[in-house]
Design a protein around this ligand. Structure first.
Ligand SMILES: *Cc1c(COP(=O)(O)O)cnc(C)c1O
Length: 359
């Protein structure tokens, strides 16, 4: 069976080495030495000034919204995972959808401007499949209208734009270290911000609002992560270069063998160094997509309709016209991609897809 993804696991002995230390110290969570070490090593690896390691990527978005004290309307993309939208609703704000660009599949800056009202306080955009948004255009709009910017960079580990980590753009960026992501800590996430004051507030929000052992500055939440999760991160970080390299090779192999297939692929932002975190293809029609899924499934291959459906169709959001997102969602499919996927597997998948097209 070939699934759309398969979490990376290091050798068991690499992990148990860290477990021995945890048993010696008897320190399991609450800002322990492995959590500190992981934060330090991630800062070095990513070349970012600050980050906070959190329990997951969804709490990261919620803490970002809370720390920036956002109210009212947040303009966001309908083409993302549900956590991007549900976090806005969870924080008592209203998601306002701006349609996506049909080539990059990221939120279209021109459509953002059309959605701005006196109630708008922020833009929450996703770097879809790790492909950076048009951050320059978004920054200009935010400055002009005095809006905050949060990037959901859950897919964007290791991505740079104009030589700078994509995590350093916006007032805050969030990411996910979930088991299915390129770099993972089983469950986990992080938040990035350059403003020292904002960062301090986020750090308090992560820890119940504590400002000292017996003082509480604000209404916080438990967004901490454990030594066990940090240990997985420390081990996986040693393998990340090889993980990223293997994905690049797989993507280039797919590109080659799928060349005769009539599909569209997202246009990567010029100036970006992409991480190949997914292999999305867009069929000419939903009918072609459904036929392809059927044939793949018949051969024990399980791609995933990611993202489907468009978030604009959720029952707990207001309706906005976003025809591009709704059209792309019906036609996009993510093909299998994970560390141990073999060239033969990719050849096999390509033969099946071409057979459907030529039938
Ligand atoms: C995975 C993901 C999240 C949520 O991250 P978790 O760590 O699973 O909470 C949010 N946004 C996007 C775009 C994602 O892919």
């Amino acid at each position: 069976m070939i699934n759309v993804t398969k979490p990376f696991l290091p050798s068991l002995s690499e992990y148990t080495e860290y477990l021995e230390g945890i048993w010696e110290r008897n320190w399991l969570t609450n800002n322990g030495p492995l959590v500190n070490d992981l934060e330090l090593k991630l800062k070095e690896y990513l070349s970012v000034k600050h980050l906070l390691f959190l329990s997951n990527g969804t709490i990261a978005i919620q803490i970002a919204i809370k720390a920036l004290e956002l109210k009212g309307e947040i303009i966001t993309t309908p083409f993302s995972y549900v956590a991007t939208t549900s976090s806005i609703v969870w924080e008592n704000c209203k998601p306002v959808f701006a349609d996506i660009d049909p080539l990059s599949l990221n939120i279209d800056p021109k459509k953002i401007e059309e959605r701005i009202t006196p109630a708008t306080t922020a833009i929450l955009a996703t770097h879809v499949y790790g492909n950076p948004c048009d951050v320059d255009a978004i920054e200009l709009i935010a400055q002009k209208h005095n809006l905050k910017v949060i990037y959901d960079a859950a897919h964007a580990f290791g991505v740079t734009y104009k030589g700078k980590s994509i995590f350093e753009y916006g007032d805050a960026s969030t990411t996910s270290f979930h088991a299915t992501k390129v770099f993972h800590t089983i469950e986990g996430g992080a938040i990035f911000a350059n403003d020292a004051q904002l960062l301090k507030k986020m750090s308090q929000l992560r820890n119940f609002g504590h400002s000292g052992p017996e003082t509480f500055e604000c209404v916080g939440i438990n967004g901490k992560n454990s030594e066990f999760h940090a240990a997985m991160g420390l081990v996986n970080l040693k393998h990340i270069d090889s993980i990223l390299e293997s994905r690049k090779i797989q993507a280039l192999t797919y590109d080659k063998v799928l060349a005769p297939l009539r599909i569209q692929k997202p246009l990567i932002l010029p100036g970006a160094n992409w991480n190949y975190s997914y292999y999305p293809i867009i069929f000419e029609s939903e009918e072609q997509l459904l036929k392809s899924i059927q044939v793949l499934n018949d051969n024990w291959v399980y791609p995933r309709r990611y993202f489907f459906p468009s978030l604009s169709t959720l029952h707990f959001v207001d309706k906005y016209e976003v025809p591009v997102s709704e059209d792309i969602c019906r036609r996009v499919l993510c093909l299998p991609m994970y560390h141990s996927l073999k060239t033969e597997d990719i050849d096999f998948i390509a033969r099946l897809l071409l057979r459907v097209q030529n039938n």
